[in-house]
Design a protein around this ligand. Sequence first.
Ligand SMILES: *[C@@H]1O[C@H](CO)[C@@H](O)[C@H](O)[C@H]1NC(C)=O
Length: 263
Amino acid sequence: MLLLLLLTSAFALLPWAGAGRIIGGREAKRHSRPYMAYLIIQHGSENSTCGGFLIRPDTVLSAAHCADKKGIVNITVILGAHNINDQEQSQQRVLAKDWVIHPNYSPVGFKNDIMLVKLKRKAKINKYVRLISIPRRMGLVRKGAACEVAGWGMTSVTGHKTNVLREVALKVQNEAICQHLFHNYQRQSMICVGDASNKKATYHGDSGGPLVCNRKAYGIVSHGQKRRLFPEVSTRILFFEPWIRKQLKRFALQEVPGSPSFD
Ligand SMILES: *[C@@H]1O[C@H](CO)[C@@H](O)[C@H](O)[C@H]1NC(C)=O
C-alpha cells in the first residue's frame, strides 16, 4: 500500500512540464494578449516549445524547465503571434542573446521554476506586442482569485495540438490541496491553481506562460499531474521579484543602449 502511494506520487512529479495544455478553454481573441511569447527551444536536432511573456522590450519571462535539457543551441522567441503556423504580419521573431535559469531551480518538484530570456534586440512595441506588469511587494493573490492562462499547448490529454492561441480561466486554490498532492509544494514560491470541476487546465506546451490575475502576471505555468487536470502549480512571481530585478539590472549593464531600468 505504501509502495503504491509512493509510485503514485512519483507519477505526480512526472512533468507534462517542458512541453504545459490548454484544455477546456477557448480560442483567444486575436492579439488580446500581446505580451504572449512563443518559445522554440532548439536542443540538438530537436525543437521543443514553451510559452513566455514579455516584461521588458528585450526580456521574456518563462519557466526554467523549458530550458533544462542538455545541448540547447538556441531559443527563438516569436512575439505578436496568434496562429503560430502562419506568417502573420504582426509577428516578430527574435533570437535569445542569453537566458538565465534560477540558480536554485530543481527539476525534482520543479522548485524555483523560473527563467529570464534576454533578447538579441528589443522588440518593437505596438498594437500586437506589449509588455505585461508583474506584481510588486504586497501584491499577493488570494484564494478564489480569478485568473487566466493562455498558450499554444495541447488541447487534450491525447496530444491534440493547436496552432492558435487559446485561453482558459483558472482560480487560485487553497494551498492545502497542492500541499497534499505535490510533495515538493512550497507555499512561498508556488501558487496552487485550477478548475475544481476538472474540466479546464493547462497542459504540455503551455509551460512558461503567465498566470494573469487582475491584468498582471502573478504566476508562471509550471507543472501538474500526469493523470489529473486538477490542481496544478504555478511559480509565484512575487517571491522572485528581487531576483528578477537583479537580473534585469545585470542585463541593462550588458549593453543594449537606452534599455529601460526596472523602475
Ligand atoms: C527548430 O527551430 C528552428 C528555429 O525556428 C528552425 O529553424 C528549425 O528548422 C527547427 N528544427 C526542426 C527539426 O523543426
